[in-house]
Design a protein around this ligand. Structure first.
Ligand code: GLN
Length: 337
């Protein structure tokens, strides 16, 4: 009978990359002071015996790092492994355990480049497993539940944190001390409760199967950098980034991606030199940058990131630049993805 049930369960692979979900602290009182990326994937899976009722779960340790240290090479390595697994007949769903600092970047990257309709779920935690009220166990349980469900297919890369199912495209880490840390300006897609998913809406932007990007065709990612804006900002960072070889600079602007009059001439000159200038906003609850509002983008040949925050804009710019260096094409991609 047991063999029969196991045959019916979905096959889910957990790819572990590190982060707080694999963190360990000195005592149960250490919810914020601990070391990330300490616990191996086998131990994470073994810590949740209930997973075996949801799916046939196996783990792979892809890397063991805190996510602020993830490089473009790491992203490509992870993306290629996800793609290989998604192509395998024996795999129904993929879960990626990840540090929360750059989780939103990895989730968006995979959402753009993985050609599969199989569920891909990225998950992390805000407290290490050694802490009181650790959140990683339930987040991972929920991730495996969603990864093994048929309803999660074709919805793009998803993130399960704090009982919510979020689109990997929209979600962002909004606060770094609460377990209710991941939010999207446009709301979650659904909820996952006691291993069952409840869906409310679908992503409207192009992703995975419907994307023109494919990890199999991406050999390397170009250098795209971010410059932060604020009162009294100078053009020093923009110039230095261009000089160090950036193909595009994401302007992490104030408000509607506005640009200081001290910086405008430098960005005009950099664009003439071939650097793509992409205006985004660093406002906290979600930016909404429109073309030719605040700055004449048509005249300067700049691109706007619309609702993508600066770090997500960097991901799309890198992926887009593997295909085109035409600013009109880049702008189309920024509207569509
Ligand atoms: N909560 C977390 O996962 C943060 C830990 C670490 N900075 C990381 O992103 O990997």
């Amino acid at each position: 009978k047991e063999v029969e049930t196991q045959a019916k369960l979905a096959n889910v692979v957990v790819l572990a990359t590190g982060g707080t979900i694999a963190g360990a602290g000195a005592s149960a009182a250490n919810s914020a002071t601990y070391q990330a990326a300490k616990v191996g994937v086998e131990q994470l899976i073994a810590g949740i015996p209930e997973l075996s009722k949801l799916a046939n779960v196996r783990g792979e340790q892809v890397m063991q790092i805190a996510s602020e240290s993830i490089t473009n090479e790491n992203l490509l390595q992870l993306g290629r492994r996800v793609s290989e697994l998604a192509d395998s007949k024996d795999v129904d769903g993929i879960v990626i355990t990840h540090g929360t600092d750059t989780l939103e970047e990895t989730a968006y990257f995979l959402n753009l480049v993985e050609k599969t309709d199989k569920p891909i779920i990225v998950v992390g935690s805000m407290r290490p497993g050694t802490a009181m009220s650790a959140d990683g166990m339930l987040n991972l349980y929920n991730a495996v539940a969603v990864a093994s469900s048929k309803e999660a297919r074709g919805k793009g890369v998803l993130v399960t944190m704090n009982d919510e199912i979020q689109s990997g495209r929209d979600v962002s880490k909004m606060i770094n001390i609460k377990t209710e840390a991941f939010k999207s300006a446009w709301g979650p897609l659904g909820m996952v409760v006691e291993g069952k998913s409840y869906w409310f809406r679908l992503p409207a932007k192009r992703h995975t199967m419907d994307s023109e990007f494919d990890i199999k065709n991406i050999k390397s990612l170009p250098d795209v950098e971010i410059a932060y804006s604020y009162g009294n900002v100078s053009d020093t960072a923009y110039k230095a980034l261009a000089q160090s070889g950036a193909k595009a600079i994401i302007h992490a602007g104030t408000g509607n991606g506005s640009v200081s009059s001290r910086v405008v001439p430098t960005l005009q000159a950099l664009r003439k030199d071939g650097v793509q200038i992409i205006r985004s906003s660093h406002v906290n609850a979600g930016g909404f940058v429109l073309r030719n509002a605040e700055q004449p983008d048509d005249k300067y040949d700049w691109v706007v990131a619309h609702d993508l925050n600066p770090q997500k804009a960097r991901i799309l710019a890198m992926v887009a630049l593997t295909k085109t260096n035409d600013s009109k094409e880049l702008q189309r991609m920024f509207w569509e993805y």
